[in-house]
Design a protein around this ligand. Structure first.
Ligand code: TYD
Length: 136
């Protein structure tokens, strides 16, 4: 799907456990400017409902699992993240919704820019209006 792909990271496993290194511009396609994580999401809660104009992100479920619905004017995909050595890259102009967070799940997000509310498109109709010009 356009501007959306799974990235498999290194999983360094030994008798002491697992270690996954992630380096900006090496393991993911951008320099990391911001990190945030989502925890404590209750049953039935759906988050997201937005796209970004410039932001690139990689979502990694460090514990438990979460489902991500990604959409553009032509396509829709459902991804379940449940492996801390796998990331979902989401680039600009992709609508996303996150749901079915399991109890204790931790969703880590690596982002290419500092937080800016101006970069969000939070209305689906406005998103379609802007995205149609990009996808055609
Ligand atoms: P939002 O991105 O809408 O969360 P989600 O897509 O997971 O539902 O952000 C929720 C709130 O947190 C919103 O008021 C903006 C704020 N926020 C920050 O202040 N800094 C950040 O880096 C992020 C991602 C959100």
């Amino acid at each position: 799907m356009y501007n959306c792909s799974l990235i498999k990271f290194k999983d360094i496993t030994d008798k002491y456990g697992h270690l996954t290194p992630i380096e900006g511009k090496i393991d993911i396609p951008f320099e990391i400017k911001r990190v945030y994580y989502i925890t404590g999401v209750g049953q039935g809660v759906v988050r997201g409902f937005h796209s970004h104009r410039k932001l690139h992100q990689v979502l990694i479920c460090l514990n438990g699992s979460v489902k991500i619905r990604t959409k553009n004017p032509e396509d829709e995909e459902l991804t379940e993240l449940n492996d801390p050595s796998v990331g979902l890259y989401i680039g600009p102009h992709v609508w996303r919704e996150m749901f079915d967070f399991t109890e204790g799940s931790v969703l880590l997000v690596l982002a290419s820019e500092n937080y800016s509310e101006d970069d969000y498109i939070r209305n689906y109709d406005f998103y379609l209006e802007e995205a149609i010009k990009i996808y055609r």
